[in-house]
Design a protein around this ligand. Structure first.
Ligand code: BJ8
Length: 424
């Protein structure tokens, strides 16, 4: 039987008036940023549809899963292993944390000088405006940064939260700690679902998640072409949607889009002129619906061709080896794979610097924009080392520090125009 959205939102405890404001604000923004683009790939139709119905069908699926006795496990960070969640029969869902809409309510509790991603996530819970948060049986946080880990303590007053301890170094001792965290997470999802994780299920879910990563790799490989067959905004949207959509469906739709992009490349069909400055964005992740930086760069005439971020290469570059074996052996492989994520929470984190220079070359970029969410100290401090590494490689860099508000749009446009001018 079809589920009525309003009734569903009410059942989930959503503040319907505030939620109406949020949903009413989205279509004009989406029209301006996405639908107004020229020569978009047809495969973007699916992703437009998903965003157009952002709190509808996917939430209905989660709701149905819950009504059937299933569990939903929500996350904010690419350190939480979806393979384990899926192997227990639960559904993983990446939560949105990319809008200014949910920031003011969070500032009634959190210090204002907290990064927008933290405030936005907390504000969704406090304001009861996100049906994904409301649908979750467990929110899994991590200790990647101080702001987040203290926010998760507060979030735990409203909803069940489990925090995974992500170490700050990549020594053997730290790896052992992380392996223990993965083992504990397995026990927690088993308790939550009542399902024991078996080796065959874990191998199957590892294969599924890897397939999604391979599909994203194809999408990103297509962006290496010149002219580039898809805008940075559209590629960003695809990656953002893949965080909360069904894993199998995402994989299928991204692969269909990649097929189309490969045909475009064969035909020399691009969305920007060949001489458009090619930009790599590196830094803090851009949770949906944070499209600000891509939009500003692309309306200024640049082509964003890659993101070195967790809504980008850090999410899919490494696969979990599909060697099978016992549950414990597979968990070893999973834990190792996640320790290859080069988040700025690690010290030292030189591998990230190497990644940025390598990606800049692979994607043949003209310049790099280091994107930093205001008050994110790990990325802000690391930006200095990124600057040195890029200077040594002879690659121009623009450092941007911003939040989710529109207040600095004029100033950012001026700085972006000036930067692109130096690249032309
Ligand atoms: S693995 S980047 S998704 S932690 S921007 S909340 S770090 S103050 S988001 Fe991240 Fe996982 Fe690392 Fe990736 Fe804190 Fe910085 Fe805010 Fe951040």
């Amino acid at each position: 039987m079809a589920i009525d959205n309003r009734q569903m939102w009410e059942d989930l405890g959503i503040d319907l008036d505030e939620h109406d404001k949020l949903l009413n604000a989205l279509p004009p923004i989406f029209q301006e940023i996405f639908l107004s683009q020229q020569n978009r790939p047809q495969g973007m139709g699916f992703f437009d549809f998903v965003v157009g119905d952002i709190h509808g069908i996917r939430v209905q699926e989660l709701r149905q899963h819950a009504l059937d006795g299933g569990k939903v496990v929500a996350t904010y960070c690419v350190f939480v292993p979806d393979e384990v969640t899926l192997a227990a029969g639960a559904v993983p869902v990446g939560l949105c944390a990319g809008t200014q809409f949910s920031v003011p309510v969070a500032e009634e509790v959190l210090p204002r000088n907290t990064c927008a991603l933290i405030k936005s996530s907390f504000g969704f819970k406090l304001g009861r405006t996100c049906p994904y948060v409301q649908s979750s049986h467990l929110i899994v946080g991590e200790t990647t940064c101080d702001g987040k880990k203290k926010m998760f303590e507060l979030l735990g007053q409203y909803q069940p939260v489990h925090v995974m301890e992500v170490p700050n170094k990549k020594t053997e001792r730290s790896r052992a700690l992380w392996r223990g965290e993965v083992a504990e997470f397995k026990n927690i999802v088993e308790d939550l679902t009542g399902n024991e994780i078996k080796a065959d299920k874990l191998a199957e879910s590892t294969g599924l998640v890897n397939q999604k990563r391979r599909a994203l790799q194809r999408l990103y490989d297509a962006r290496k072409a010149n002219p580039v067959p898809i805008s940075g905004k559209d590629a960003l949207l695809v990656t953002q949607v893949s965080f909360y959509d069904d894993v199998k469906r995402s994989t299928q739709m991204i692969n269909a889009l990649a097929d189309e992009l490969e045909q475009r490349i064969a035909g020399g069909d691009g969305v920007f002129p060949k001489n458009a400055p090619r930009i790599l964005i590196a830094g803090s992740p851009m949770a949906i619906p944070n499209w600000k930086m891509h939009h500003l760069l692309e309306i200024a005439g640049a082509a964003v061709v890659c993101e070195e971020s967790c809504i980008g290469t850090r999410a899919f570059s490494d696969l979990v080896p599909e060697t099978g074996g016992t549950v414990e052996e597979q968990l070893d492989a999973i834990a190792n794979r996640y320790m290859q994520i080069h988040c700025a929470c690690f010290t030292p984190n030189d591998e990230r610097l190497e990644d940025i220079v390598r990606l800049a070359r692979e994607y043949k970029v003209d310049g790099v924009v280091h994107y930093n969410l205001q008050f994110c100290h790990t990325y802000a401090n690391e930006a200095k080392k990124v600057e040195s590494a890029l200077a040594e490689a002879g690659i121009p860099l623009l450092r941007i520090e911003t939040d989710y508000s529109d207040e600095d749009m004029g100033q950012l446009r001026t700085r972006i125009d000036a930067f692109l001018e130096t690249l032309r």
